[in-house]
Design a protein around this ligand. Sequence first.
Ligand code: LMR
Length: 331
Amino acid sequence: MKTFYPAVLMLGLFGAPAFAQATCEPGETVIKFSHVVAAEGHPKGEMATALAARVNREMDGTACMLVFPMSELYDDNDVMEAILLGDVHLAAPSVSKLENYTFQYRVFDLPFLFDDMDAVQRFVGGPMGQDLLDAMSDYGFAGLGYLFNGLKQFSASRPLLVPGDAEGLTFRVQASDVATSMVEALAARARQLPFEEVRAALQKGLVDGQENTWSNIYTAGFYEFQEEVTATNHQLLVYLVVTSKEWLDSLDSDVRLQFLSILGEVIEAANMRADGINQASRQRIVEAGGTVRELTGDQRRQWRSVMAPVWDEYETMIGVDLIDAAIAAND
Ligand code: LMR
């Protein structure tokens, strides 16, 4: 029988409650899940916590899951190597950060590609989306599923209603060439920073703005230094739940089957909750005094049209078939 103790005092930025970590017993296969976001109030953080709870209850005596949130163990730059070395066994980085391994995930980054999360669900559930899970197998990775966060919003210290409002500002982006091109299309500057450095960069004025989902803007405290958030919904943030093939193959087949079955169910439940979590975060930003602006149809068309050249720039690298399949998922 496992015990749980608040080993990791996740007081973090907002005094989040203590995060209960399991104690593993001798003989149990230890599964370490490292991620970079808050353990609570976040689609990925809550998924990791829910997964650990189920593994630790249903596989007690066989397996034991430990979760390390908020870049406590690795950031997204280091975690992929840590997986190959067997230092951690599970991560869920944004697919935008996987450009070193494949250009195919760039399809998810094309601005204004998906109309809504139902379209994303249709694309990832279809044959091409499922094939993409294996896009990094040559490097020894196994993609186990897509975990949704949601659509991203631009913020700054001044209103951003038309693309010209962003001109000359510096925005933090993820480590992604597509994101950099997208910001440069606004005649703005892009600065790639690891997630854990963004809040301080906003506070110190090293960047003027950022673009992320409501749940990231709220739980990481970006909104505290950004008076204005615009509901641009311009780009997707989706994660790949990933492990190493070597580790997965090393599990006894019944253990592997049970683990993958639990994981599949937990991802499905988390994806159904993601939008609600983001809407709650948006509401909390407003309650904290933040200004959230909506775009008119015409303003949205302007953002779309300014960013359209990004599609042309990356089309050949991604593959036209893949882009067409993603577009078709909007119908
Ligand atoms: C970011 O770096 O903005 C995101 O990828 C963080 C995350 O994991 O949601």
